[in-house]
Design a protein. Structure first.
Length: 216
């Protein structure tokens, strides 16, 4: 089984590589710490499985998963993340990932995940199952199969992300090259559409649905 490994933390890559080389019939053929490079290597090396970190520079793991099929149809993408929220997993599967593995997984779970996706099955870390069900059934109950973010326009998601990153209204206006009043309007519409009152609530929401990640 040919494996591509992508994670922007060199020590994490080294740890995963050490686990992988102990598995029979498994070979790490390429590795990188950049999402754009990961996508290029997938097309170039055609691995059987690509283990992709969800948070990387260039392209994040979800974007790599979404584009990988066009580069190498036979490659199965497994998202590897420290984030175990159900919404992250839902987005990964929607993007085309074959599995979602938490970074605290041991050698046995890593091998089970690889063998499962090699057979064409989906793999989710056991600790994620309840979260995934909650996220998916919650979307169905709300009548929004696309998930919580589907109710927002691309510009609203952009403004929400910048708010959650701590930018002021003036800084957001400068970044987006729009009037301060326009940003204020977007913020009011976000609160109304999401049923949230206050910037702190918007920040918590953005973290919960995976738009931004809290600092470790």
């Amino acid at each position: 089984m040919k494996i591509l490994l992508a994670d922007d933390h060199a020590l994490v890559r080294a740890g995963m590589r050490a686990l992988l080389v102990e598995l029979p019939g498994v070979e790490v053929i390429a590795e990188t710490g950049d999402g754009i490079e990961a996508l290029r290597l997938i097309g170039e090396t055609r691995p059987d499985v690509a283990l992709i970190d969800i948070s990387m520079p260039g392209l994040n793991g979800l974007e790599v998963a979404a584009q990988a099929r066009a580069r190498s149809p036979q490659t199965r993408v497994v998202i590897v993340s420290m984030h175990g929220e159900g919404e992250h997993v839902r987005r990964a599967l929607t993007a085309g990932a074959s599995g979602y593995l938490l970074k605290n997984a041991d050698r046995a779970e890593l091998e089970m995940a690889l063998r499962a996706v090699e057979r064409g099955e989906k793999w989710l870390s056991p600790a994620l199952s309840g979260e995934v069900v909650a996220a998916l059934t919650g979307s169905v109950r709300r009548g929004k199969p696309g998930g919580p973010l589907s109710v927002l326009t691309p510009r609203q998601r952009e403004v929400l992300t910048l708010i959650a990153e701590g930018l002021s209204t003036k800084e957001i206006a400068c970044r987006l090259e729009v009037a301060v009043k326009t940003v204020e309007t977007h913020r009011m519409e976000l609160m109304e559409r999401l049923g949230i009152h206050g910037v702190a609530g918007l920040v918590r929401y953005a973290i919960r649905v995976g738009l931004v990640h809290p600092e470790a």
